[in-house]
Design a binder for this molecule. Structure first.
Ligand SMILES: Cc1ncc(COP(=O)(O)O)c(C=O)c1O
Length: 423
């Protein structure tokens, strides 16, 4: 990665653009504020403020590094989760092969920060974006870029946009996760037709197959395994038909954060092919994990002997109204918390007077307005206006995207760094 571009993040000024940061830090650089090692609770931060646990983040990075290595998987964590180059850097330091992305803007962000291997898990038919990527490939021989193709028309559009560019763009055929699933080619016959179309262009090079088991309809272990076996069989068939002859290596890619155990299982059985195989896992949500959706879905509940991810986010919000014994309102809402999969979970209360932290017993989030959380409080709930409430969140992707500069906080409350996001 580009040390220079990363270092520039620390020279940015702390100001009104960044929610939750101390008003009295206005004008300091991000690096200067980090060097002050302020306390999250007493250092002038304003609510709501999202905190990312330094220790839990490190734990998750280490766990997936060892998991991927143990199972012989290369790892291209999905960068759309955090869109945080500092976290991309940590992921690469923890053994990642490269970074997965979804749309061209995200590729620009990654390239600005010097990412050398990008896996775009999407078909790309935007001519302007393709020309930009082709120019980037031409200018940087060390840059590896791979994207999906999922139709003959897509291949034709890509070819038309790329005519005259010096380096072919590497593509993998996307196999749909089933009938009625999201993107991807529905049948093996159509995959062969798309592969033929690629072979007929001078601008594209077929290097493998990919898909996303997270979209398998009515997913369960059996259906996910069956689809992954289909993906592997497709790679074997295309290889036998000589369709990867110029590839150098064959890419077989799948895997979010809900089924990487099935991916590890099935990819362990990939037979010898005509070229070395890059088995590429693309989990993204693991990086912060969560207190809802992914806590329920994590494969580590099926393979507890392999470890456990730790939820790393806590959204700190303050009680601004307690109109009745059964009701309270906190000052964080849809602008601040993920709400597309589950409501936040009240976890702890930090007492406004003593600063002590206690369990949020009897406190439940029942709804979110734009800027408020609606809390239902049982008789045993101890809660006053002014108290801070720590919320657990569900869905990492829609938590990161609401915050542009996220304090990285150690267990004792010391803020040691600030994570910049680019959405
Ligand atoms: C194509 C693709 N690959 C990988 C992922 C990463 O999955 P997860 O967010 O469960 O880590 C996603 C997530 O939406 C995806 O759409």
């Amino acid at each position: 990665m580009s040390a220079e571009a990363l270092a520039r993040l620390a020279t940015d000024r702390v100001d009104h653009r960044f929610k939750g940061l101390p008003p009295d830090a206005e004008g300091l650089t991000v690096g200067e504020l980090a060097a002050q090692r302020r306390d999250l609770f007493t250092g002038g931060f304003t609510t709501p403020v999202l905190a990312l646990s330094a220790e839990r983040l490190t734990h998750n990075l280490e766990l997936m590094e060892t998991y991927a290595a143990r199972h012989g998987l290369a790892f291209a964590p999905h960068g759309k989760t955090s869109m945080a180059p500092q976290l991309f850097q940590r992921q690469l330091e923890h053994g990642a092969w490269g970074i997965t992305l979804a749309v061209p803007h995200q590729v620009r962000v990654a390239r600005e920060f010097g990412i050398q291997r990008v896996f775009l898990a999407n078909e790309l038919v935007d001519a302007a974006a393709l020309r930009h990527i082709a120019a980037d490939l031409a200018a940087d021989p060390g840059y590896r870029f791979i994207c999906y193709v999922d139709s003959v028309r897509g291949v034709e559009l890509m070819d038309a946009a790329l005519r005259g560019t010096p380096r072919p763009v590497d593509v993998v055929v996307e196999l749909a996760a089933g009938e009625g699933a999201r993107t991807g080619v529905r049948t093996e016959e159509e995959c062969a037709a798309v592969a033929d179309a690629v072979a007929a262009t001078p601008t594209l090079r077929l290097v493998g197959v990919a898909g996303y088991e997270g979209e398998v309809p009515r997913a369960d272990s059996e259906r996910v395994h069956a689809w992954l076996r289909r993906l592997v069989a497709l790679a074997v068939d295309l290889d036998r038909a000589g369709r990867f002859k110029d590839a150098g290596e064959i890419v077989v890619s799948a895997g979010g954060s809900a089924w990487f155990d099935a991916v590890a299982d099935v990819f362990a059985g990939i037979p010898g092919l005509s070229l070395p195989v890059l088995k590429l896992l693309r989990s993204g949500a693991y990086v912060s994990h969560d207190d809802g959706h992914y806590r329920r879905l994590t494969p580590f509940t099926r393979v507890p002997e392999e470890g456990a991810l730790h939820p790393a986010f806590r959204l700190w919000t303050q009680i601004v109204s307690r109109p009745s014994p059964g009701q309270a309102f906190a000052n964080a809402g849809k602008r601040d918390a993920a709400y597309d999969l589950d409501l936040p979970l009240a976890q702890v209360v930090r007492d406004a007077g003593s600063g002590e932290i206690r369990d949020a017993a009897g406190i439940e989030v029942t709804a979110l307005s734009d800027q408020h959380a609606w809390l239902r409080t049982a008789p045993e709930a101890e809660l006053e206006v002014g108290d801070w409430v720590g919320l657990g969140l569900s869905h990492p992707c829609t938590s990161f995207d609401k915050w542009q500069l996220i304090p990285l906080v150690e267990a004792d409350g010391t803020v040691v760094d600030y994570i910049r996001t680019f959405f």
